[in-house]
Design a protein around this ligand. Sequence first.
Ligand code: ADP
Length: 646
Amino acid sequence: MQKPFQTEVGQMLDLVIHSLYSKKEVFLRELLSNASDAIDRARFEALTDKSKEADSPYRIQIVPNKEAGTLSICDNGVGMTAEEAEKNLGTVASSGTKRFLQAMKEKAGAPELIGQFGVGFYAAFMVADKVDVLSRRRGEKPVLWSSDGKGTYEISDGDPDAADGTTIVLHMRDDAKEYLDDWRIEDIVRTYSDYIAYPVMLNPDPSAKPRTRKNDKGEEETVPPPEPRQLNSMKAIWKKSKSEATKEETDAFYKHVAHDHEEPLATIRVSAEGATEFQALVFIPRTAPYDLFYPNARQGLQLYVRNVFIGDDVKELLPRYLSFVRGVVESADLPLNVSREMLQDDAVVRRMRKVLVGKILGEIEDMQKNRPDDFRVFSAQYGRLVKEGARADWENSERLRELAVFPSTFSEDAAKPVTLAEYVSRMKDGQKDIWYLAADSFEAAKNSPVLEAFAKRGWEVLFFLDPVDEFFAEAVPEYKDRKLRAADRGELDLDGAAEDAGKEGEKKEDGGKDGGKKDADAEKFAPLVDFLSKRFEKTVKTVRLSRRLVESACCFVADEHGVSAHMQRVLKAFNQPVPESPRILELNPASPLVEKALGLAAAGKDSEGALADLADLLYGEAQLAEGSPLDNPARFNSLVNAFAAR
Ligand code: ADP
């Protein structure tokens, strides 16, 4: 019966078939990887159910047939029922497919991406114009799935004598006949699939004509067909030392476990001895997995116990904040029949996890110290998770704090962030605290009026541009005895904060601890402050004179314990309840505009209209400066126009 592919599969096949791609050879890697996974599963099932043990040793066979123009890949793994074949090969369960299609379109047909999204089987259509899949799940009826990759597939009963497992027959395209040559097959398997844990056998071409040769006596004799031979070394790559495994081989293994097409950013080998014995080979991908922040994202490592595959995506082996790490762990200490449930609270797993976390953090620290370009890539991809880790993993919080980076007033651009250690190392004399400003963008932060007083003193301010940054500051209120403080929160008294820097010229200039001037200013500006307090009583909790402004006329700040404007916007964006956080309007007593408003306030009733206009203008300015939308854009524009026309 002919059935149409799910729409997405059809689109994908179109892309696969029509893409001109020089590395078509990866089709074999994908099919061998599927065969190896199928044997892993069969082997795992047989662990708990003796009746499912295979009749013959596990192996994968490759059979070229030049006469028929076919290449067959045959495994004795779990196999598929008709329903499974239909579901696995006719539809794509993962939402990754749509993203795959998107990525293919953006990168104008780059089939390296095949496999990254779990669509490896379809790579067969790069080299074949027809694919037959004969499969049998143990004890079930065999099924034959067949397709030319042009929109439909056919499902029918398979040969009743079929053995357990799966045979995939590729009817090779004319331009792909090279893959029927022994040497070519051998070359591909060596390059990409040497680590596969089962023998990958090359069987002789059944269509090959018997060859004859002359023997010593000059008589004609036929040469017997070659024996099947094993192409892969099978040595589990995670058991090889760095010098034993080539980079090519290690990278190929990474691409296999991570479904990635790039080389990894970091490769980490672990060989633990003593109380907990295990080997691991794990990687940090160069690009974060697309689903990294999705709740159901793929997470965890492959687990083997004494050479037996136990499971994929074993979450228990890594904390959530390292969910981007891919790879494999093999333990000698776990029982073979270990179940997923057992893994959750197992002392051996906990010990392995601890060692793994330590090694991974060590590698990142090494990157930070010795490979700054790689560390920059790392921070851009995973910096947010490092900060989460500093909150969640108390045991390693100190180490993770050193890895957290933020752009700052000293960064050329957002891509050149700084560490807390760098910040502290260049703090100015008398500066006690670490200052930050939360904002939506680097530009908005850099131009915030709130920073004027800091700039004047040459004090650095960190920019919190990621929503997690403020949570980070909550969980990590201090770094090396320096408090993390928001530049736009509470009453700012940088001179108080700089008490010890008594000799700085700056201080005398702006009146520093001259409380007398402060009081005099307060008295002088009282009429304006009173007017504004009344006019904006619904939205503004307090109006006061500012110590943080130098150029600008006014700005909004949050209460010492209030929620910043940035956080309010973040919460709103995530549909979270936004706590009431009354704003504080601060005025710069040195601003000519504020002086002018004071003049109008002092003039009394006659100038009340003009004062109201100026007040609304100031209010709008403060809103814009903190990145909030204007309450009334139309009125603001007409006020600006009116003032400009004067
Ligand atoms: P992936 O292997 O990444 O899941 P594929 O498109 O390569 O994606 O394969 C889809 C599914 O088809 C597999 O997940 C598996 O369930 C099934 N499958 C493919 N090849 C085999 C095989 N040789 N034996 C058993 N099942 C297979």
